[in-house]
Design a protein. Structure first.
Length: 361
């Protein structure tokens, strides 16, 4: 089998980029030939990155050439697709090039903004989607979104490497309430993740837990604004901006954490939540998008409304002051995340590949 895998790669690190890289390695380990076509390849020449109006052209032309070249040899295109211009510039061209070359396409749609995007752009998106062999999505949330538009989809969950993301011990560690409870945030510094609300919630927690620490792993355009907010709230000594964190360091960060928080405004199936659960870290998250489909409130995580630092702080403190309840929640989350292991996802994905190939003939 020869798969043309289309998607972003780190840097920057993000859910889709990490999933693309991980899937490429896992398929190769299965003795499947993989041709990887990167949608966010570095600009050449590098200085063109400064010119927003024309830089897309310098990335798009080499990308289309690589797609055309790959279409000669691959048997299936597997496209990690997203909403907005990412769809129009990178996903749709795969479908039409594959159509011209008589090659099947599997769209692996992952955008948290899918509902708004499809409602607005379905006139332009539908002709392309009608020509794909299969649509797969990682959550029941996205399945519902596509069903509303009349498309049948199959759920194939995100993949978590449970050998890499795993609790340090089999026993859950009681939060270090009397010492320095460690709270972590592992999302990029972008507006849709509303990290400012997380920092404001932490400032409330600090009033009851003066030795608490917050570590923020991620990079992005809001860094200066968030650093200023930390300064304004007199939290400089308690908040650490770690920037981009590599795979080894992020594992260690989860294992050192007492609570992981996610304050996103729009989301699908955050990999960061699954990673935290795999490390038996209790999770507090906003209840937006696909997150309520991913975890159950008060069973595998605590869910709160978005843009509400008071309720987020209250949920964090509930975890820190109720160790037995938090232990049970962490254990339940750990059991749930086992469904996202490659050995389980592999079976579903291979069935789709084989079915797609058999329907070609």
């Amino acid at each position: 089998m020869h798969i043309g895998l289309v998607g972003p790669l780190p840097p920057p690190s993000g859910g889709m980029a990490n999933q693309t890289r991980q899937l490429a390695h896992l398929l190769t380990d299965e003795n499947i030939q993989v041709t990887l076509i990167q949608v966010n390849a570095p600009y050449y020449p590098q200085w063109i990155e400064k010119f927003k109006g024309i830089r897309a052209f310098f990335r798009l032309i080499p990308y289309l050439y690589k797609l055309w070249q790959a279409s000669h040899s691959v048997q299936i295109f597997h496209v990690m697709a997203n909403s907005g211009w990412s769809w129009h510039l990178f996903s749709a061209p795969v479908i039409w090039i594959a159509y011209l070359r008589n090659k099947p396409v599997i769209i692996n749609y992952r955008g948290g903004e899918a509902e708004a995007f499809l409602n607005k752009s379905i006139f332009w998106v539908r002709p392309s989607l009608k020509r794909v062999s299969a649509i797969i999505v990682p959550s029941a949330f996205l399945k519902h979104v596509f069903n509303q538009q009349g498309f049948d989809v199959t759920i194939v969950p995100n993949i978590i490497d449970l050998d890499r993301f795993a609790a340090q011990t089999q026993e859950w560690n009681v939060p270090k309430i009397e010492n320095s409870p460690h709270i972590i945030l592992t999302r990029n510094l972008e507006s849709i993740y509303d990290n400012a609300t997380a920092i404001r919630a932490f400032s409330i927690v600090k009033k009851n837990f003066p030795n608490a620490k917050l570590s923020i792993a991620g990079s992005g355009p809001e860094k200066l604004m968030l650093e200023q907010l930390v300064d304004d709230l007199n939290l400089v000594d308690s908040v650490t901006f770690l920037g981009r964190v590599d795979n080894t360091a992020i594992n260690d960060l989860y294992r050192q954490a007492d609570v992981m928080i996610n304050t996103s405004l729009i989301d699908n199936m955050p990999i960061s939540i699954l990673e935290a659960l795999a490390c038996k870290v209790p999770v507090v998250s906003t209840n937006v998008g696909g997150i309520p489909f991913l975890v159950k409130h008060d069973e595998t995580a605590l869910l709160v409304p978005p843009k509400n630092p008071g309720e987020i702080a209250e949920a964090i403190q509930h975890i820190l002051t109720n160790p037995e309840k938090s232990r049970k929640m962490a254990e339940a989350g750990y059991e749930m995340v086992q469904h996202y292991a490659w050995k389980n996802v592999r079976t579903q994905l291979m069935e789709i590949y084989e079915r797609t190939l058999s329907h070609r003939f």
